[in-house]
Design a protein around this ligand. Structure first.
Ligand code: SF4
Length: 575
């Protein structure tokens, strides 16, 4: 290679995989990879060593993204935004590379000034991962491959004589505050944070200035008196009697829609954004701290066209924190009533590009049913049907009326907290009738305030839905509470050490639901994947799906009679 690029952007394998086109499989990075404490004298150790989820299986499902001479053909949407922002801000094309993680050494050389890594769950502390790894008792694949990426970057720097500064960005960087030893281990020059730490800053508004400042050494020292849109904070952490330091760079501006660049190269999974922020104000969520902005339809179309033209994509995955607030003003709209016309126009514009399939990433149940014509009309526009199910992630959060009222009352608007169970049941019914399948997430140990009765309410709600709507289609994923958003001063819910019997019950019930109603009944029919591929993954999931249930039963036996009684009660009354 001749001259090396000034800026190299990259992400680890778990974020740079098409997951063989199975959209639900992208959660697989949260799976446990290694158990360092496994007894060396066991048969399991002799077969698998430290591996929990066999690496060969993981690597098969998480297949590497295609590349062209080491340039990633598709990249996480956030990385594409930074790439296009740098080009907009005057960087030459040859000075910015989005590198495939397996080919990073081709791009890092003497001229490289900055390596920017995009990190969503770098230390495996995201809610799904914490659940699957019993609170980091195992190392997850997210962490495993992020570590692998940093090792490769450092090896490339050493080999090619590069002094490039490595900067970690994106929504998972808050995790370094909780394991600062990794900052040193990975040789990170800086970590980008938002004003309140937990927010992934919208650096695409000022990418040129930011990378210029990194290169020029402006961030080498903290100067609280210097006027700048970036603030450097050298944090000190004391761990095991040793002082550790990290350079955290804060950026808190929110670019207006006009200042947000349009991607110029294809994004992973055909993702495009239609909005930033969410006005619903759930206390446990950091998205809500951002001001709400919407893309006009033409801007969305331009990004889809880039994905179609340069990536051959036929799918548009619509990044939306709550698609049903698109086009409304949360300050002036009474009861968060959806702006149906705006949402319909948006989806008409999306389909007018010629793509074959689209689905929003997230939406609220209350928003979905607040206008009875909304879901039927949008479904007609996007062509949902028996062969084209629309997956959408919705926060069920909890079955507890008390908790939902206390932490997320506006998530229910225009309904009241005491109507929450009705909203959930009716939401599923309306979505399913129109061939939408909600993937629910629940929060275990919400603000460490979840009582035994709160957990039972969740278990009962899921069971009631199964009894009242036996053909309903939805999945449920329990996530452990992580202190972000307005609750960032709270403590993590420590699943590894404080799993009380009913929280185990919530996990057990949700997995039993997914196994019985999700995997066995409809997994293969969601999305638009090949028949054989769907059949294969459904068969794989059906084969492995019972394993977590047996593991939880074994765990309950180890924990004692209180845990066992909960499992027995669920089997007897809520199965
Ligand atoms: S509705 Fe979703 S995105 Fe909006 S604040 Fe609540 S949890 Fe966050």
């Amino acid at each position: 290679m001749g001259r090396y690029p000034k800026v190299v952007l990259t992400a680890d394998r778990t974020l740079m995989s098409p997951y063989r086109g199975i959209s639900l499989a992208s959660f697989f990075g949260c799976a446990p990879a290694l158990d360092f404490k496994r007894d060396h004298n066991t048969a399991l150790y002799r077969v698998l060593g430290n591996q929990v989820t066999p690496r060969v299986l993981f690597d098969f499902i998480c297949n590497p993204i295609e590349h062209t001479n080491g340039h990633a053909n598709y990249a996480p949407y956030g990385l594409r935004k930074v790439e296009s922002a740098l080009l907009r801000d005057g960087y030459a094309r040859e000075d910015v590379a989005v590198a495939h993680p397996d080919h990073i050494e081709k791009f890092i050389g003497p001229e490289t000034e900055v390596v920017g890594t995009y990190e969503m769950d770098p230390l495996g502390m995201g809610p799904v991962t914490m659940t699957f790894t019993y609170g980091r008792k195992h190392m997850s694949y997210d962490e495993f491959y992020n570590r692998d990426l940093h090792q490769r970057i450092n090896a490339a720097k050493a080999r090619n004589g590069s002094k490039a500064k490595v900067i970690a960005g994106a929504s998972g960087t808050w995790q370094y505050n909780y394991d600062p030893a990794k900052i040193e281990e990975y040789g990170l020059y800086g970590i980008v944070e938002g004003e309140l730490g937990g927010i992934g800053p919208e650096i695409d508004g000022a990418a040129g200035q930011f990378f210029d400042a990194v290169s020029s050494g402006e961030f080498d020292t903290a100067n609280p008196f210097k006027k700048s849109q970036f603030k450097v904070e050298i944090k000190e952490f004391v761990r095991n009697g040793r002082a550790l330091h990290g350079r955290f760079i804060h950026y808190w501006n929110e670019p207006s829609v006009d200042e947000i660049p349009t991607i110029v190269s294809p994004s992973m999974h055909g993702m495009v954004e239609v909005m930033r922020g969410c006005g619903r104000g759930c206390k446990f969520c950091d998205v809500t701290l951002r001001p709400l902005r919407y893309y006009p339809v033409e801007k969305v179309q331009k990004e889809i066209e880039v994905n179609m033209k340069y990536g051959g994509l036929k799918n548009a995955w619509i990044q939306s924190d709550d698609i049903f607030v698109y086009g409304l003003n949360p300050r002036t709209t009474k009861n968060m009533q959806p702006n149906r016309e705006a949402i319909e126009e948006l989806f008409k514009g999306i389909m007018a590009t010629g793509i074959e399939h689209t689905n929003p990433t997230h939406g609220t149940l209350a928003g979905a049913i607040a206008d009875e014509r909304l879901i039927p009309n949008v479904s007609k526009i996007i062509g949902s049907g028996p062969d084209n199910h629309i997956g959408i992630q919705c926060g069920l959060e909890t079955g507890s009326i008390r908790l939902i009222g206390k932490y997320a009352d506006r998530k229910l608007a225009p309904y009241r907290p005491d109507e929450w169970h009705w909203v959930v049941k009716n939401g599923i019914k309306v979505l399913n009738e129109n061939y939408w399948v909600p993937a629910f997430t629940l929060i275990m140990g919400l603000d460490n305030d979840e009582t035994l009765e709160d957990s039972w309410e969740t278990i009962r709600l899921i069971h009631e839905i199964e009894m009242e709507q036996p053909d309903s289609k939805f999945t449920t994923t329990p996530l452990t509470f992580v202190p972000i958003g307005l609750l960032e001063k709270s403590d993590f819910y420590d699943i590894g050490n404080t799993m009380d019997p009913t929280k185990l019950g919530v996990m057990y019930k949700t997995w039993q639901h997914n196994f019985k109603y999700g995997i066995q009944k409809f997994m293969g029919r969601v999305g638009q994947n090949g028949m054989i591929k769907n059949w294969f993954f459904t068969a794989l999931a059906t084969t492995l799906g019972g394993v977590p249930l047996s593991a939880m039963e074994k765990f309950a036996r180890r924990k004692g009679p209180d845990h066992e009684r909960v499992i027995e009660k669920i089997k007897a009354s809520y199965w």
